[in-house]
Design a protein around this ligand. Structure first.
Ligand code: 1GP
Length: 252
């Protein structure tokens, strides 16, 4: 039987191994750039790539995923802003429910639209509780979804949401500050969420250096996501540092 992406993630997390995923937004790159950035991300030590965005302006989504899939050997996972961001070329799809909000479109509406396409394309759906956390400014997710983020000073509220997601059978929890966030997800919130649940915790948004990664790992993050830094002039060097920090932490 084929090993699924979620099996691989669970196996790693069980042994204390941490993961590093890099997010590529199709609006930020041409196809040639996307191929190069994906290859560089893998070389820097990324374990997986996420593809998607809150709002898509470009019309090359499918070829974007296909180009990246052909260029790398690490898993390529969709991170869709809505049900139009699907491609059979991906290995898996984070089937995101924005559980921090109360907008039915992001809780079930887009999922219903996507389900027949997922069935047809045979992409592996991974039910993921997507939790938006206050981060000092209005994020694209907050604006586009018309939902309120979780208050950053209330880790108990976040933990109750995460536990509800686990009880509902979701496979992963994603604590999201939003791409380019001023403030990343607070360590205390990660720590309390982690105490309450058994499923892996992804942390992303506003992570720009290895020291911040170290703090999130120490708090209990299992998977770190960065997006924006790869577009910066010294981005690849920071990504190498982040990857190194994650490897060192995993082998402790
Ligand atoms: C956004 O968590 C990701 O969904 C990545 O955020 O672009 O701030 O790294 P950054």
């Amino acid at each position: 039987m084929k090993t699924t992406i979620i099996d691989t993630i669970y196996a790693k997390v069980k042994t204390g191994e941490k993961c590093y995923w890099v997010l590529l937004d199709p609006d930020d790159y041409s196809l040639d750039e996307a191929r190069d950035v994906a290859i560089e991300s893998e070389k820097c030590g990324a374990d997986g790539l996420l593809i998607g965005g809150s709002l898509l302006y470009s019309n090359h989504f499918d070829s974007f995923v296909s180009t990246i899939k052909k260029a790398v050997s690490i898993p390529v996972m969709l991170f869709p802003g809505d049900s139009t961001q699907l491609s059979r070329h991906a290995d898996a799809l984070l089937y995101l429910s924005l559980i921090s909000g109360r907008n039915p479109t992001n809780l079930i509406g887009e999922h219903v639209k996507a389900a027949p396409i997922i069935r047809e394309s045979k992409i592996e759906p991974i039910a993921t509780a997507y939790m938006l956390v206050e981060s000092g400014s209005v994020s694209s997710v907050e604006f586009m979804s018309n939902t309120r983020p979780l208050p950053r000073s209330k880790p108990g509220i976040a933990a109750a949401h995460a536990l509800a997601a686990q009880y509902m059978g979701m496979k992963l929890v994603y604590l999201e500050a939003g791409s380019g966030a001023t403030l990343s997800v607070p360590a205390e919130m990660i720590s309390v969420v982690k105490k309450w649940i058994d499923i892996p915790v992804i942390v992303g948004g506003g992570i720009r250096d290895a020291a911040t990664v170290q703090e999130k790992l120490a708090a209990g993050a299992d998977i770190i996501v960065t997006g924006t830094i790869v577009t910066k002039s010294n981005g690849l060097s920071i990504m190498k540092d982040i990857s190194e920090t994650i490897r060192k932490f995993s082998s402790k």
